[in-house]
Design a protein around this ligand. Sequence first.
Ligand SMILES: *[C@@H]1O[C@H](CO)[C@@H](O)[C@H](O)[C@H]1NC(C)=O
Ligand SMILES: *[C@@H]1O[C@H](CO)[C@@H](O)[C@H](O)[C@H]1NC(C)=O
Ligand SMILES: *[C@@H]1O[C@H](CO)[C@@H](O)[C@H](O)[C@H]1NC(C)=O
Ligand SMILES: *[C@@H]1O[C@H](CO)[C@@H](O)[C@H](O)[C@H]1NC(C)=O
Ligand SMILES: *[C@@H]1O[C@H](CO)[C@@H](O)[C@H](O)[C@H]1NC(C)=O
Length: 342
Amino acid sequence: MAMSSWTLFLFSLMVVLCSAKLPMFSWDTLPVFFHSCNVTGLYSEESIKTIAKFQMVTIEKSQSHLVSGVDDEDDMMRVMKMVKDVNPNAATYFYMPSFKVHPQMSKMTRELDQHPDWYLRDSNGTKVRNRQGYYAFDVSKPDLRQWWKNFCLNALKVTNGDGCYSDSSQRYNTTFKPPLSPEKEKAWGDGLLELSKEVQQALGDDRLLIGKVANQSYVKAVQIEYFYARNSSIVELMLAVEVGQVVQAHVPITQNCCDDITNFEAAFLIGAGKYSYFGCGIWSTPNDDTNAFIWRPEYDKPLGAPNGPATYKNGVWRREFSRGTTVEFDTSTNTGTIKWGT
Ligand SMILES: *[C@@H]1O[C@H](CO)[C@@H](O)[C@H](O)[C@H]1NC(C)=O
Ligand SMILES: *[C@@H]1O[C@H](CO)[C@@H](O)[C@H](O)[C@H]1NC(C)=O
Ligand SMILES: *[C@@H]1O[C@H](CO)[C@@H](O)[C@H](O)[C@H]1NC(C)=O
Ligand SMILES: *[C@@H]1O[C@H](CO)[C@@H](O)[C@H](O)[C@H]1NC(C)=O
Ligand SMILES: *[C@@H]1O[C@H](CO)[C@@H](O)[C@H](O)[C@H]1NC(C)=O
């Protein structure tokens, strides 16, 4: 009797632990994420140990891009596995472009080329390019979307990964106005939304599709790619938290992560909720460059759960945390201060 309820208990515990796939989250210290890649090849063991300390890890396109004969996708998956091997609790994400045909995604591009009708084409049948010169997937086509979804699902199967990142998946008209008939343009825009919907549905409740703007439809997570030390970024972070999205707040890549980044960290802590993560670092590095995964001393400082939401008075945000940390952000100067607990 006691034995069987003990077995039942263990079994339930196992079910809970095995299905808990959302990223690890703790207020104990600043929650942080990594998003980058090594263009010259696989990271060293030492680098992987540091990268695996970040709770969320996305491997960007261009991983091993300068190594000939290697598909970036294969090495993106290899690095995801290397990270999991070192820390099974690190949540790993596979980078995907939502509609741009990036030559770096060489395997994707090869597969796409077998379906010429999956390229977005204008009314003359000419392949459409965006301002940067990239071709586009015709996301209005259901079979293209299914291929995209399977590409993501397969990467997660191979790596035991936790989700996919969908770059530029926000409503298209903010970044790209394809020269199409109004009907085709609408079908294409709707297809982009549909893609997020179908993929997040396939991923289920615990695996994430990471979109690009707060309160983006259908996705369970978003990355704010340009998280500035200013009020509008705090407000955007708060919006994503309010609607229950996992949020990655990424310091703009023009900021050197070795310099003092207190203003950004303070802005983040004012708006952060459970499952909000802070990140700093460029999208790809060569050789022994470690700029994308600087483990800053304050990442180990005691934080604690917030004692409540931030308060706003005379242009200054303020918030206190249970381990004694106090944060202020002055919107008139866009400067922040953090007094870390001890
Ligand atoms: C990047 O890849 C190369 C080749 O594998 C390796 O020598 C280098 O250490 C890697 N960089 C980092 C930061 O691990
Ligand atoms: C279609 O081709 C014609 C003739 O080359 C050109 O004038 C027109 O701009 C093209 N239309 C589109 C949508 O590119
Ligand atoms: C275009 O973007 C604006 C916001 O920038 C949005 O309000 C509008 O609904 C979008 N239109 C389409 C067709 O997506
Ligand atoms: C989030 O977006 C939806 C539309 O997609 C809108 O109805 C809702 O009001 C937004 N939520 C907030 C808190 O702004
Ligand atoms: C900052 O955002 C808050 C919340 O939306 C708003 O009440 C406040 O007026 C904003 N402050 C500035 C300086 O824009």
